[in-house]
Design a protein around this ligand. Structure first.
Ligand SMILES: NC(=O)c1ccc[n+]([C@@H]2O[C@H](COP(=O)([O-])OP(=O)(O)OC[C@H]3O[C@@H](n4cnc5c(N)ncnc54)[C@H](O)[C@@H]3O)[C@@H](O)[C@H]2O)c1
Ligand SMILES: O=C[C@H](O)CS(=O)(=O)O
Length: 479
């Protein structure tokens, strides 16, 4: 299967284009060949989005936008098996997690469909200020124009929809640059929107590298907003080169999860087994640091190791598999080096630690030190560190001692403590008695510090993809 960019409804996959193979990370079979876009294609895509916005999208009713999004959700229900299979093959994501991603993607489309018809402004009382009366003010929300959406490999369907669906709901047009490691779901998604009735030119797909098409997209004068999910270095680059565009950045983290002495240990063990190892830890809110009160530390660690050792490693296409491959061998090697480095410097390997090709065993470390990469940086791999603590003050301080702040989990039955700690954690979001890795697609989501800028979660992404416009009226009559 050879696929190319789709610009104003036309696919560009000529044979003489530079090609890039898409490989299944588990068995390394070629599952697709990309006809790469060039900077000229990128310029055409932006021009197409710009023209379509001004010629037609600006005038499309909220009712129509909502209907297209609803059609897309219905089509995704029908094509669920096909999309699931693509995620398994291109990302190496185990079947159960791939199914879960498609289910969530359907919900994202449904939320966006409903919200498209509920983009409200407000009326402002104008008689409160000393300046005068007999005036009325209103605030409406307007689309931005052309939105550039750049997405990562780890949730290629759902995280793309977290950008595309709100952008369409709000009435924008889009240039969509998916990760070149996982572009097939993106290509199918653009085809699905076409089937759902989205006019040509509203959603333009550019399949290419970050350097060749990502950078010029970020710098293009006719693009009004960049919404990016990916790594911190690329996010910083984007922020520096986007000029006056609005920018949303959803970046990495090293999420902490805290178990106080009254936590339900069995429940936390079960949740954190998934929370640290789902999709081999390649989840931005993966549980990376687990702080356990010293009184329950040994009990937790014993049960956590038992639970982790029961995980099934293997073919992501199998229903039974919990742990499949990482996205490529370089990433698996990099993660293994971080484990070895930690162990050489005094960390204890409690479980896992071995690599075979792209597969890294689920790994539990203890005795880690503050500056080790496995806790100081984002591991983005199936590696978790378990650490004892003594006091609430200490654990809050250690949790906050990070360049990141995306989501955290706090496990306790003490409601006062739960809120006290949640309030002190420097995070975009905190879950109480739930893992950091849990996300529902309708709550505000996005980090503080180097975890990012701006919020997603359909309603909040729509807010960020519109701008307020004020219109005031001076009524006849005395001041
Ligand atoms: N906070 C979140 O919501 C969230 C969600 C998922 C992933 N992530 C983060 O994403 C990272 C993993 O994904 P990845 O490896 O695909 O990330 P990445 O940053 O390598 O790539 C993301 C996208 O950016 C593009 N890109 C690369 N260089 C670019 C440039 N100079 N200009 C413009 N675009 C460029 C890539 O081609 C890709 O489409 C992790 O750090 C993870 O934490 C964050
Ligand atoms: O990888 C990070 C994602 O934001 C996790 S989720 O898809 O939102 O759950």
């Amino acid at each position: 299967m050879r696929i190319g960019s789709i610009i104003n409804g036309q696919e560009r996959n000529e044979d003489d284009r530079e090609s890039l193979a898409v490989l299944n990370p588990y068995n390394h079979e070629e599952i697709g060949m990309l006809a790469l876009a060039t900077q000229d294609d990128l310029n055409d895509a932006v021009e197409s989005a710009f023209r379509t916005y001004h010629d037609s999208m600006k005038g499309m009713s909220a009712h129509q936008r909502g209907e297209i999004l609803r059609n897309a959700a219905d089509l995704l229900v029908e094509q669920k098996d096909e999309f699931t299979s693509i995620l398994v093959q291109e990302a190496g994501k185990p079947l159960k997690y791939s199914k879960g991603e498609v289910d969530r993607a359907i919900q994202v489309l449904r939320f966006a469909s409903e919200l498209a018809k509920n983009i409200y402004g407000e009326l402002i009382p104008m008689d409160a200020a000393p300046r005068g009366q007999n005036r009325m003010g209103m605030v409406t929300r307007k689309p931005l124009g052309v939105v550039g959406a750049i997405t990562p490999f780890n949730f290629p369907l759902n995280l793309s929809l977290h950008k595309l669906a709100p952008a369409i709901a709000a009435g924008n047009t889009i240039v969509f640059k998916p990760a070149e490691k996982t572009p097939i779901s993106a290509y199918k998604l653009v085809k699905l929107f076409e089937q759902a009735g989205l006019p040509n030119g509203v959603l333009n797909l550019v399949i290419g590298t970050g350097k060749e098409v990502g950078e010029p997209l970020v710098q293009h004068d006719k693009v009004n907003k960049i919404t990016f999910t990916g790594s911190v270095p690329v996010g910083k680059n984007i922020r520096a080169s986007a000029g006056l565009k609005k920018v949303t950045l959803e970046l990495g983290s090293n999420s902490p999860n805290i178990l106080f002495e009254d936590a339900n240990v069995e429940d936390a063990v079960e949740k954190l087994t998934t929370g640290a190892f789902a999709f081999s830890g390649q989840v931005c809110i993966s549980a990376q640091r687990i702080y356990v009160h010293q009184t329950i530390y040994e009990d937790f660690l014993k049960k956590y190791k038992e639970s982790t050792n029961k995980l099934t490693i293997g073919d992501p296409a199998s229903e039974e598999t919990d742990i499949g491959p990482m996205i490529n061998e370089d990433e698996a090697k990099r993660a293994k080096e971080w484990i070895d480095d930690a162990v050489e410097n005094g960390a204890t390997l409690q479980s896992g630690g071995e690599r075979s090709g792209t597969i890294l065993e689920p790994t539990i470390l203890t005795d880690v030190k503050k500056n080790m990469k496995v806790i100081a940086q984002e591991v983005f791999a199936p590696i978790v560190s378990v650490m004892p603590f003594e006091t609430e003050e200490e654990v809050v301080k250690r949790s906050n001692d990070s360049i990141y702040g995306l989501q955290a989990g706090v496990f306790t039955k003490d409601i006062d403590r739960a809120f006290r700690v949640a309030n002190q954690l420097e995070m975009g979001g905190v879950w109480i008695n739930e893992i950091s890795t849990y996300r529902q697609d309708n709550h505000p989501y996005g980090g503080v510090k180097q975890s990012g800028l701006g919020k997603e979660g359909v309603k909040y992404a729509i807010d960020d993809m519109t701008e307020m416009k004020f219109i005031g009226v001076k009524l006849q009559g005395k001041e």
